[in-house]
Design a protein around this ligand. Structure first.
Ligand code: IFM
Length: 437
């Protein structure tokens, strides 16, 4: 655990943008035309998304809460499967729903970042092979031609795809999907640019890979391969237009070159690589295993140093941190996490990285793709009643925004001591905490 009380004052550049992020499938509920919905029902999931946070019905309240909590910006996604539930048929009511949400956000002065594809898409698109088949690019284009001009007046910033580089491609099929996604991204970038002057990028899943044994050649080799395939091939493609593949010849795609106006970074933790374990995914060091949620589901590790190191690779364009956050039952961890990662981001700025904004993941507790257990939210959601209750970290973050930084005084106001997770605490229900307003 880090001594967050010894952090010096951290100030951010004037105009730094502060907000939080969400994604449609994870909060809206009843997303029945999505491939995720079908996949969930097919089994293998701990829980299905069901009503999620019921945001589709409660969006007016949520938009108001974003403002009440002092956020300047909001990152949201639009569900393609609601707008085009069957191929080629567009649902005007769903379109009007999103336009209303966007209008409300703009009316209250919120800076809006819209992600066009965040993990879920129509079931029919999935049945056609989704990103696996480059022929499907036309489907995405047709959808964006419908959507982009309508929402452009309300969008301050765009993301084409969320974490398209997410998994490192260990098979030929995954490698094909990876290069196709770069092409989908680039086409979407060009299309959006024809309707909007706002900046456009994608959200790069920036997992930091590290060898478990720094002296071991194989651990280092696999670490470098993973990093190369998941990160460097994307950066290289966008910087040069050259798409590298593990299985085929490199391809030059001019449309890809320069297809981001800034780097969108989603970064949470690091990943240890051990060549003795296939496919290299090593367990964390025991002393770093913070089981911050009650059930045996997730092991988060605070590794803010990874954020600084990642950002140092992105000095050629501005950067927005479009996701960073932690899943924990004891909200005090979130305060520690935010303070430490902001310190790491400030360090990157001092090293010459042009970081312009920060979006905490997530605005509220939500559906974490197969379960409601990991609670990433600044706002607690009761998944029975859908009541929203801001956590202490939401007020901490509100004050960070107001001060454009973190001070030792602010940390002490919200934390009286460092949270611990002794063996005894594991599995215990989270301590009741006073909400400070
Ligand atoms: O919930 C996800 C999000 O959809 C994509 N980035 C990581 C988050 C936390 O796992």
């Amino acid at each position: 655990m880090y001594d967050v009380f010894s952090l010096p004052e951290i100030k951010f550049p004037d105009g730094f943008l502060w907000g939080a992020a969400t994604a449609g499938h994870q909060i809206e509920g009843d997303n029945v035309h999505s491939q995720c919905w079908a996949g969930e029902l097919a089994g293998g999931f701990r829980e299905t998304s069901g009503k999620a946070c019921n945001h589709y019905e409660m969006y007016r309240d949520d938009v108001a809460l974003i403002r009440e909590l002092g956020h300047q910006a909001y990152r949201m996604s639009i569900e393609w499967c609601r707008i085009e539930p069957t191929e080629g048929c567009f649902d005007e009511k769903a379109m009007e729903h999103y336009l209303d949400e966007l209008r409300l956000l703009k009316q209250q002065g919120t800076y809006v970042l819209v992600t066009l594809h965040h993990g879920s898409h129509p079931q029919w698109f999935d049945e056609r092979g989704a990103f696996q088949r480059i022929e499907n690019l036309g489907c995405f284009e047709r959808y964006l031609e419908y959507l982009a001009p309508k929402i452009a007046p309300y969008v301050d910033n765009w993301h084409t795809l969320n974490e398209p580089n997410g998994a490192w491609p260990i098979s030929r099929e995954m490698d094909t999907a990876r290069t196709n996604k770069i092409k989908f991204h680039a086409r979407a970038y060009r299309l959006v640019k024809s309707y909007s002057d706002a900046p456009v990028s994608y959200s790069h899943c920036f997992m930091q890979y590290m060898p478990k044994r720094h002296y071991n050649a194989y651990d280092n080799l696999i670490t470098n391969v993973k990093d190369f395939l998941q990160h460097e091939t994307w950066f290289h493609a966008i910087r040069t237009g050259e798409l590298l593949s593990l299985y085929g010849n490199a391809e030059s795609v001019p449309e890809v070159k320069g297809s981001v106006d800034y780097w969108g970074v989603n970064a949470y933790t690091r990943h240890m690589v051990d060549a003795r374990i296939a496919p290299g995914d090593a367990p964390r060091f025991k002393h770093k295993e913070l089981k911050m949620i009650a059930k045996d589901f997730y092991l988060e590790e605070m590794y803010p140093e990874g954020m600084t190191a990642n950002l140092e690779r992105l000095t050629d364009k501005p950067v927005y941190i479009t996701e960073n956050g932690c899943a924990c039952d004891d909200d005090r961890f979130r305060i520690v996490y935010i303070a430490l990662y902001l310190s790491a981001i400030r360090e990157a700025i001092d090293l010459g990285v042009d970081v312009r904004g920060y979006f905490y993941w997530s605005f509220m507790d939500n559906y974490e793709w197969s379960s409601f257990l990991p609670r990433f939210g600044l706002v607690h959601v009761d998944f029975e009643t859908f009541e929203r209750t801001p956590k202490p970290s939401a007020y901490f973050y509100r004050d960070v925004i107001a001060q454009n930084g973190v001070t030792p005084e602010l940390i002490s106001r919200y934390l009286s001591e460092l949270p611990t997770l002794s063996r005894r605490d594991r599995g215990a229900s989270p301590a009741k905490m006073k909400v400070s307003e």
